[in-house]
Design a protein around this ligand. Sequence first.
Ligand code: ATP
Length: 509
Amino acid sequence: MLAMEKDFDSKLRIQSSNNSSSSTTSSSPSSASSTSSNNTDTGNVPRSKSFAFRAPQENFSIQDFELGKIYGVGSYSKVVRAKKKDTGVVYALKIMDKKFITKENKTAYVKLERIVLDQLDHPGIVRLFFTFQDSFSLYMALESCEGGELFDQITRKGRLSEDDARFYAAEVVDALEYIHNMGLIHRDIKPENLLLTGDGHIKVADFGSVKPMQDSRITVLPNAASDDKACTFVGTAAYVPPEVLNSSPATLGNDLWALGCTLYQMLSGTSPFKDASEWLIFQRIIARDIRFPDYFSDEAKDIIDRLLDVDPSRRPGAGSDGYAALKAHPFFEGVNWKNIRGETPPKLALEPVAQSGEGDHNDESSMNPTNAGDGSVRQSDGNLGASAAEATASVTRLASIESFDSKWQQFLEPGESVVMISMVKKLQKLTSKKVQLILTNKPKLIYVDPAKLLVKGNIIWSDNSNDLSVQVLSPSNFKICTPKKVMSFEDAKQRASQWKKAIENLQNR
Ligand SMILES: Nc1ncnc2c1ncn2[C@@H]1O[C@H](COP(=O)(O)OP(=O)(O)OP(=O)(O)O)[C@@H](O)[C@H]1O
């Protein structure tokens, strides 16, 4: 952890020029909007090995901020609304626990996101203003997106009108054109990572999976590059293109496929390759099994069909004429590409009032910055109407395909399918045991001894959260609570919140 702190420090203090002025001019959201532009010229992007970050590392402490609600919890971070006490400026503070990041080997991802966001300057991309750290945590002060996730808008509205979907898709296209021109592949485009400003404009977020292409204009520090380990993919199951499932290297076509899936989801309310388990989702993707609802216009069907081309180089935006082909598609007719940020956005659907558990926003432990990275329960995840398949498809890795082995089928009845499955550790006071935890659409929740292939426990299902609930303690650790028993589990793939979501979605189905 110390090494990481030093590493961050040294990388952040390479050059002092510009920094003092940038810290006063660029560390507030208002200055961001004045400097933001659609300009894809990278003249202002430092390209040498030694450079000063635009977003400086400040000597702030968490006490300098008044913390508000938790915007959300990621696999290794927590994002909290935070008002700087002296200036009154509101940020989205991304808090990462150093110990956890180091333990989980996420250092390279954190550095990469930091350095990439630092060099991106576009109104459609979440801006990084400054960073700071203390002994326990790293903090990134991001532009606060008060409108929440596009995912929540789709969930609250059921589905979007074609005009509204066109507006959001055009803003995403505009930001993606910039990202691709900078030589980056985002690799996790999906409605959860498309945030909205308070007035309803799109901001692309979550650059933790970003991949710089060979000719990238972005300067990447040593050890900050993301890796593509064999047998894993980066991204989210429901939005992954078929070539990635066949282990082809990432191209910008990945993002265009994901854009097609996202547009489909805006118009229909669900992603195109929806199914009861990741395994089935992958099968659908490989078979390119797409069904368009009747109410999709011909233009919408056509653009989605083209974006979901199995050949990544034929997706509009990936060809030799670049984004011109995508922007000229009849679906986008009438879009004023020169001034899309000047258009009036769709009206935001507001958060439904007080679901149970919503009061946790002010829960002291979740507001305690030293708990950063503890993966406290994601607050308003807006997922109540979403299917369990989609919830479980989120933030999962291809490695889980291997755990979806036919040997688990013997624990299913005919017609029953797996919603979520993980090799987890069942923690007891002094010992821990590896078990296969299996959630099915019945619903049924069992854990199985993986060596003896014996059911070791059947957790009595209840749709009532008083009788069955999941408590997330960290990205990896969670408890399943029933009136008689509390069972603790550790999921090495950090899917604690996904387990919670999957179980709750089945309870709310
Ligand atoms: N700038 C922001 N403004 C408002 N909310 C944000 C902002 N950035 C992130 N969030 C919210 O916080 C949640 C957690 O974000 P974070 O970047 O930590 O992880 P993630 O992208 O959700 O997940 P993962 O790291 O697992 O891919 C997001 O889902 C989003 O809803």
